[in-house]
Design a protein around this ligand. Structure first.
Ligand SMILES: Nc1ncnc2c1ncn2[C@@H]1O[C@H](COP(=O)(O)OP(=O)(O)OP(=O)(O)O)[C@@H](O)[C@H]1O
Length: 256
C-alpha cells in the first residue's frame, strides 16, 4: 500500500528552486535512504512531506496514514535543530511525540507515561527520564528523540541525519532498531553516510533538486566515490557516467 504520493512537487525559497518535478511514492514497507550533495534539497524534501513548507504539485496522504485526525508520521529532527536549553525533562520530550493526538493543552494519561517509560527503558536510558535535556549526552538525547518519534505508533518514520554528532555505538544500535521498526512501519532516513546506510536501507533515493529512486540499495565503488553522480546527471545532462539503474522517463540517465 502506498502511504504518500508526491507528484511534480517543487519547493522554492524566495524564487530559488530547491526542489523541482519530484515524483515519489512511499509504501508501507519501504526503507528508503535519502542521499545527495550538501544543499541538494534532502531536508527540503522531508519538510515538504511533513507539510511544514509550501510546495507546488501535489502530495497525497493515504487515508490509512491517519488515526482519527492524527497523521501517523513520526519525525526525528537533526539534533542540532533541537534547543537543548529548553527546560523540559527527557520523559517530557518522549511524551511530546503524542501532541499530534492530544493537542498541546491536554494532559498525558497514566498509560502515556507508562509507554514513555517503557520506551526509555528499551532505549537503555530509563535513568535519564527526569533529567533536564540540557544535562544529558548527545547520544542519550538522540535516543529520546527516537522514542519521541515512535511513541504514537506511526506508519511512517522519517529521520533527518540521525547519526550526526553521535558516537558509533548509537549509530549501530540505531540502524538495528530501525530495521526492527521497519517490520511495522515505513522508514525514510536522510544521511550523508552513504557507506553505512546503503547496507541498512532497502532502496536509495538520490536528491539533487530532483529526486531519483533506485530500486536497490547497491552502489558500485565508483558511485560510492562520487555518490551524487547519478543526480548530477540530472542537473547537468550529458556527463558520461555509470549510474545505478536506468528508469525510463525519470531523467536520471536518458540525457535530459
Ligand atoms: N529557509 C531557507 N531559505 C532560503 N534557502 C534555503 C532555506 N532552506 C534551504 N535553503 C536552500 O535550499 C537548498 C536545499 O537545502 P536543504 O537544506 O534542503 O539541502 P540538504 O540536501 O538537506 O543539505 P545538507 O546536506 O547540507 O543538509 C540549499 O541551496 C539551501 O541553501
Amino acid at each position: 500500500m502506498t502511504l504518500i504520493t508526491l507528484r511534480d512537487v517543487g519547493v522554492a525559497y524566495d524564487g530559488y528552486e530547491a526542489l523541482e518535478h519530484v515524483d515519489l511514492e512511499i509504501g508501507e514497507h519501504d526503507f528508503l535512504g535519502v542521499i545527495g550533495p550538501n544543499g541538494g534539497g534532502k531536508t527540503t524534501l522531508v519538510k515538504a512531506i511533513l507539510g511544514t513548507i509550501p510546495h507546488s504539485g501535489t502530495i497525497r496522504y493515504a487515508p490509512e496514514l491517519f488515526r482519527g485526525g492524527e497523521r501517523l508520521i513520526g519525525y526525528m529532527p537533526q539534533i542540532s535543530d533541537f534547543d537543548r536549553a529548553f527546560p523540559i525533562s527527557m520523559q517530557e520530550v518522549v511524551l511530546s511525540g503524542l501532541q499530534g493526538r492530544r493537542g498541546f493543552r491536554s494532559r498525558y494519561t497514566k498509560e502515556d507515561r507508562a509507554k514513555a517509560t517503557a520506551l526509555l527503558e528499551e532505549a537503555g536510558i530509563a535513568d535519564t527520564a527526569r533529567k533536564p535535556i540540557g544535562e544529558v549526552s548527545g547520544g542519550q538525547m538522540q535516543r529520546a528523540l527516537l522514542c519521541r518519534a515512535v511513541i504514537a505508533d506511526p506508519k511512517l518514520l522519517i529521520l533527518d541525519e540521525p547519526a550526526n554528532f553521535v558516537d558509533n555505538r548509537f549509530e549501530k544500535e540505531l540502524y538495528r532498531t530501525l530495521q526492527e521498526l521497519n517490520r511495522r512501519m515505513a522508514v525514510v532516513i536522510v544521511s550523508h553516510d552513504i557507506g553505512t546506510i546503503t547496507s541498512v536501507v532497502k532502496e536509495i533515493v538520490c536528491v539533487n533538486r530532483r529526486a531519483h529512486r533506485h530500486r536497490s540499495n547497491i552502489l558500485t565503488e565508483e558511485q560510492l566515490r562520487n555518490y551524487d553522480c547519478p543526480i548530477q546527471l540530472v542537473s547537468h545532462g550529458h556527463i558520461p557516467h555509470t549510474v545505478l539503474e536506468h528508469h525510463p522517463g525519470d531523467g536520471c540517465c536518458d540525457g535530459e
